[in-house]
Design a protein. Structure first.
Length: 658
C-alpha cells in the first residue's frame, strides 16, 4: 500500500514518480508575445502565485524563443522574495532576450522552484499499520537543476509512539554518472509488524556552499505485503503500438506477412478480437480512454493538453491502491505525465523525441526499460504499460527491413503506396521486437503467468479516402485497431467477430485483477470472453463511437486542408455512420454497410433505413449525455495544468489551440 495518495510527481531524466517530499515548482510567467525593448533587456517584477507565496528564495528558470524559431534556456538565477507596497510577495529580475536593436515581441516563460530555507529538509508521514513480514520501498534522487550542488545525505527514520530509529541512510552524489538517476531503496519492516508507525524523511545538503542550494526528492513510500501464494498474483502488460491499423497486420488477413510473431503467438495461444474500435483518431484521447473506460468527451482529454480531473479514476491508480506494482514506459511526450497520464504509476518513463511533432520510435529501449523493471518485480502482482511510436510517421525502418514487401496495389495513390511500404516494414521490425520481449519474459519466468494485451490508439490512412496519416477523418483505416490477448486461462486460438472498443480495456484489466472500477460504465469487461465463460453474443447490439478533434486533413502532395471538429463515427454491428461539420454551420453524414462494403466505398442513404436512423438518434443522444457526464465528473476540478510553452507553440501551429 502507498503511504499517501493523490501525490504530485517529480521527474529525473524523464523518469517520473509520485513524491512525498520534493521542491515545489510553479510557472510564474508565460507571455506568448513578450515586448522586448531596443536594449534587448526585459525588467520584470513578478507577483507570486498562491501556492508559493510563503517562499523566501526561488530558483528561476527562463526560456525564450529566438527570431529563428528555436527555444533557448536562459541563465538560471537565485532570487530573494520581497514584498511590494501592498504586501504581495514579488521578485525582481531582468533577462537579456535579444542582442539589442529593433524592438520586437517573442514568446517567453519563467518557472520558479522553491528553495529550502536551510541545508536540511525534513517531513513526517502519517501513522500507518504495518502488516507482518512487510517491506518498505521508496526512491530518492536529486532534481537535475541541482546536480552541480554536490552530495546529499538521505535518511529515513521509523517512529513508533515511543521512539524513532534510523532504518536507512545513503549519500548520493548526483554528478557522478548513474548516481544522478532515481535510486531505489528497500527496508525490512518485520520488526514493526502489527504496529502503527510513522516515517521521518530527511535530506541534508553536504556541499551546499558549492551552489547555495540543493533539490532533494523522496518518491512515495510503499509498504509491500508478502505474497502468500502464486495463485494470488495477477501480472499484466498492456502494449500500445501507436498508429497500428488492424488491416495491415497478419492476424487480420493482410496481403503481406508483416507480423508473423503476433499471428503465431496470439492467434495460436490467445484471443484475436477482429473488430476493435478506437475511441478517437489521435494518441492522447484514445489512451486516456484506455486508462479510464470513458469516452474522450467524458474524460476531457481531447487534444493532449489540459489536465484530466482528479475526480476521474485511472486504472493504474485503482491497482496501485490495492498493492499492485505499476510502471510505464512511453515515448515522445504525447502521454505527458504533467497532463494526468502518469497518475497511479510507481514509475513513469518518458523517452522524448527532440520534436514532438515528428516523433521518433524507440521500441528497443522502451521494451528494454520494461524488462528491466520486470526483473525487479518478479514475485509480485504488477501492471506494466509500454507505448512506442515506432510505426508512426516519420516511417524509418532499419536498413535490414527496407527490402521487404512490394507496394500495395490496393492503395490508390503512388505517394500512399510508397509510404505504406515503409509503414509495413516498420510493423515487421516491431513484430521482431515483440518476439524479443516475449523471449525476455521467458528468461524471467513470466511468460506463462502474465497477461499480455497488444493494441493501438488509432490506425493510419494512405489516401484510401483521399487523405493520409490520421487525426481528422475517421474511416475504418483510422478507426479499426488490433486487439490481441494471451495469458493464463485465456482461450487458445479464439477469434471474436463482434466489435469491442477502447472503452472495454480498463474494465477488463480491473476484472482480471479483481479490482472494483466503478468509472467504467461505458465499457464492459471482456474477461469472460477471454476465458471462454461467456459467448460473444453478449456484445450484440452495442453502439460504439469514435471521436475526432483534429483541425487539419492531409491531402496528396502534403497539402494541409482545414478540418472542422468535432467529427463522430457511430457503429452498431456492421452498420456505420460518419458525421462531419462543413465549416458553415451544417453537417454532412455518410452511412455504410461494413458487412458488404468493409472498405467504405459505397455511401448509402441514411434516411429511410431504421438501422441507420437508430445510429443517428444514438449519436444525438451521445453528444448530449457525454457533455452532461463530463460536467458531473469535473465539477469542482482544479485548474488546468500550465503547459510547457514549447508544447503550446507546437499545438498552436497545428491548429489545436486558438
Amino acid at each position: 500500500m502507498s503511504i499517501d495518495g493523490g501525490l504530485p510527481t517529480a521527474s529525473i531524466r524523464d523518469e517520473s514518480r509520485p513524491i512525498l517530499l520534493a521542491p515545489t515548482s510553479e510557472a510564474i510567467l508565460w507571455a506568448p508575445q513578450m515586448p522586448v525593448p531596443e536594449s534587448g533587456v526585459v525588467e520584470l517584477v513578478l507577483e507570486m502565485p498562491q501556492r508559493i507565496r510563503t517562499a523566501t528564495r526561488l530558483l528561476l528558470s527562463a526560456s525564450a524563443r529566438d527570431v529563428d524559431g528555436k527555444w533557448r534556456d536562459l541563465e538560471e538565477k537565485i532570487v530573494t522574495v520581497e514584498r511590494n507596497a501592498g504586501g504581495m510577495p514579488t521578485v525582481r529580475t531582468q533577462y537579456r532576450l535579444s542582442p539589442g536593436g529593433e524592438p520586437t515581441k517573442i514568446p517567453f516563460a519563467v518557472e520558479a522552484i522553491v528553495l529550502p530555507a536551510g541545508s536540511v529538509v525534513r517531513a513526517q508521514t502519517s501513522y500507518v499499520s504495518v502488516p507482518k513480514k512487510a517491506t518498505l520501498e521508496f526512491g530518492i534522487g536529486v532534481l537535475e537543476k541541482a546536480w552541480a550542488s554536490g552530495r546529499v545525505r538521505f535518511g529515513l527514520q521509523a517512529c513508533t509512539l515511543a521512539d524513532c530509529k534510523e532504518v536507512f541512510a545513503k549519500e548520493v552524489d548526483p554528478g557522478a554518472g548513474e548516481s544522478g538517476r532515481w535510486q531505489d531503496g528497500t527496508v525490512d519492516l518485520r520488526g514493526y509488524g502489527g504496529q502503527e508507525i510513522s516515517f521521518i524523511l530527511s535530506a541534508e545538503a553536504l556541499d551546499a556552499d558549492r551552489a547555495g542550494f540543493t533539490l532533494p526528492a523522496w518518491a512515495d513510500l510503499i509498504i509491500r505485503k508478502p505474497v502468500t501464494s502464486e495463485a494470488a498474483v495477477t501480472r499484466m502488460i498492456l502494449i500500445s503500438l501507436d498508429t497500428l491499423r488492424a488491416d495491415h497486420v497478419s492476424s487480420y488477413g493482410y496481403r503481406f506477412d508483416t507480423a508473423p510473431f503476433m499471428a503465431a503467438k496470439f492467434g495460436g495461444e490467445g484471443v484475436v478480437f477482429e473488430q476493435c474500435l478506437a475511441a478517437a483518431s489521435a494518441t492522447s484521447p484514445s489512451h486516456m480512454t484506455m486508462f479510464t473506460g470513458l469516452q474522450p468527451m467524458e474524460h476531457g482529454m481531447l487534444t493532449g493538453m489540459g489536465l484530466v480531473s482528479p475526480r476521474i479514476a485511472m486504472i493504474a491508480e485503482e491497482l496501485r491502491k490495492r498493492g499492485v506494482s505499476t510502471a510505464a514506459a512511453t515515448e515522445d511526450g504525447w502521454l505527458n505525465v504533467n497532463h494526468g497520464f502518469g497518475r497511479g504509476f510507481d514509475l513513469y518513463i518518458e523517452d522524448k523525441s527532440a520534436d514532438i511533432m515528428n516523433p521518433e520510435g524507440h521500441v528497443e529501449s522502451t521494451f528494454a526499460s520494461g524488462l528491466k523493471w520486470l526483473a525487479r518485480n518478479l514475485d509480485r502482482p504488477f501492471f506494466l504499460f509500454l507505448h512506442t511510436f515506432q510505426v508512426h510517421t516519420p516511417y524509418a525502418p532499419p536498413p535490414a527491413y527496407q527490402a521487404l514487401y512490394e507496394n500495395n496495389p490496393d492503395i490508390p495513390v503512388e505517394e500512399g503506396r510508397v509510404a505504406a511500404r515503409l509503414y509495413d516494414q516498420e510493423i515487421r521490425y516491431v513484430d521482431d521486437q515483440l518476439r524479443s520481449l516475449f523471449e525476455g519474459l521467458e528468461k524471467l519466468g513470466l511468460a506463462d503467468s502474465t497477461f499480455v494485451i497488444v493494441t493501438s490508439d488509432h490506425g493510419e490512412a494512405f489516401f484510401e479516402h483521399g487523405y493520409s496519416i490520421h487525426g481528422a477523418e475517421i474511416n475504418e483505416e483510422v478507426a479499426r485497431v488490433p486487439f490481441l490477448v494471451v495469458g493464463p486461462g485465456v482461450a487458445a486460438g479464439k477469434r471474436v467477430k463482434l466489435p469491442v472498443a477502447h472503452i472495454d480495456i480498463a474494465p477488463t484489466i480491473a476484472h482480471l485483477f479483481d479490482v472494483p472500477f466503478p468509472q467504467a460504465q461505458r465499457g464492459r469487461s471482456l474477461a469472460g470472453l477471454l476465458t471462454g465463460t461467456e459467448d460473444e453474443a453478449v456484445l450484440a447490439q452495442r453502439f460504439y463511437v469514435t471521436e475526432s478533434w483534429g483541425e487539419v486533413s492531409v491531402r496528396p502532395g502534403s497539402e494541409y486542408v482545414q478540418f472542422h471538429p468535432p467529427a463522430f463515427a457511430v457503429r452498431r454491428d456492421g452498420r456505420k455512420a460518419i458525421t462531419y461539420r462543413d465549416g458553415q454551420g451544417g453537417t454532412t453524414t455518410s452511412c455504410y454497410d461494413l458487412g458488404t462494403d468493409p472498405g467504405e466505398r459505397s455511401v448509402l442513404k441514411c434516411q429511410g433505413t431504421k438501422e441507420f436512423e437508430d445510429l443517428m438518434a444514438y449519436l444525438d443522444e451521445y453528444q448530449v449525455k457525454t457533455k452532461e457526464r463530463r460536467q458531473m465528473l469535473e465539477s469542482g476540478r482544479a485548474q488546468d495544468h500550465a503547459m510547457d510553452p514549447r508544447e503550446e507553440e507546437k499545438l498552436r501551429s497545428l491548429g489545436y489551440l486558438d
